[in-house]
Design a protein around this ligand. Sequence first.
Ligand code: KG4
Ligand code: ZN
Length: 335
Amino acid sequence: MIVLGIETSCDETSAAIVKDGKLLSNVTAFQLFHSKYGGVVPELASRAHEKQIVPVVAESIERAGISKDKIDGIAAVHGPGLIGSILVGLCFGKSMAFGLNIPFIGVNHMEAHIFSNMIEGPKPAFPFINLTVSGGHTQLVLVEDFFKHTLLGETIDDAAGEAFDKVAKMLGIPYPGGPIVDKMAKKGNPESIRFPRPYLDEGSLDFSFSGLKTSVLYFLRKEGFEKTKPDEQFVCDVCASFQAAVVDVLVHKLVVAAKKFNVRDVAVAGGVSANSELRERLEIESKKNNLRLFIPRFEFCTDNGAMVAMAGYEKLKRGIVSGLDLTADPSLKLS
Ligand code: KG4
Ligand code: ZN
């Protein structure tokens, strides 16, 4: 069974081919031009998807070494994300499925992220806890089976990646700042500034990063920081101290969730899972707590077609398909 997966929920145009549960190709076109605007511009993102969707899908088919008449089903994300961006991949996927007279499978983007740890081995065993940390989302999910999951907690304001990018902006670091904050933090002292750890109520598995971001802002104001004349060591210390606060909270809540639901496997997905300090701390804490940790390759940490193709393949195998009237839902929940 061959499934084409399409991802266009934000600013990556990505397509992948999965055959009998094995990934044959994954092609992603990035939209780097957003950095000059300090963030993703929705209108420009959807226009870029329109330009890229045909060559990206064609290349994914070519690299997989198949022809399009061999495809048994087409999966595309129908939410959550930017409506214009989602519509490009969704309409393209539905039209292609209609043209080839094969099933169309709508995939929830957050559900697809959970599948990013099932693209290649070793894979987590059910039940496991999944932490998705990206620019748009921070979620803890109990995954009991392929399509049986419970949302345990999520951010009540900013996503972790969003907080990284906003703090980076305050420091004069270009968008997306997360990877640069990570790099600069390596040269800084994480104990130089004690930023608050937003744990919320005792036992809560929700997150909140907006207060932490504001305390960085107040600290920079108090220190009279000027973006135009940055002291490199000062910036590195702020990056390291801010990153330590975010990582402390993410790691703590993941371990608490694993203990609470008595699971042994924990998985992490989303762009922020590329963060080196988060990876290091997760390794240490999972060993300490006797947990098995799964983090995908960087290619599958960020938005990608492979996770959509894999989710689509598992759905099609179970006969779960969608009508061609399925529409985009920018705030689609994880059900
Ligand atoms: O999953 P993703 O590619 O896109 C979505 O938001 O769906 O995640 C992008 C986010 C951005 O906020 C980016 O700054 C952050 O992931 N990110 C990082 C790192 N690499 C990417 N944040 C911290 N450290 C990193 N190394
Ligand atoms: Zn994502």
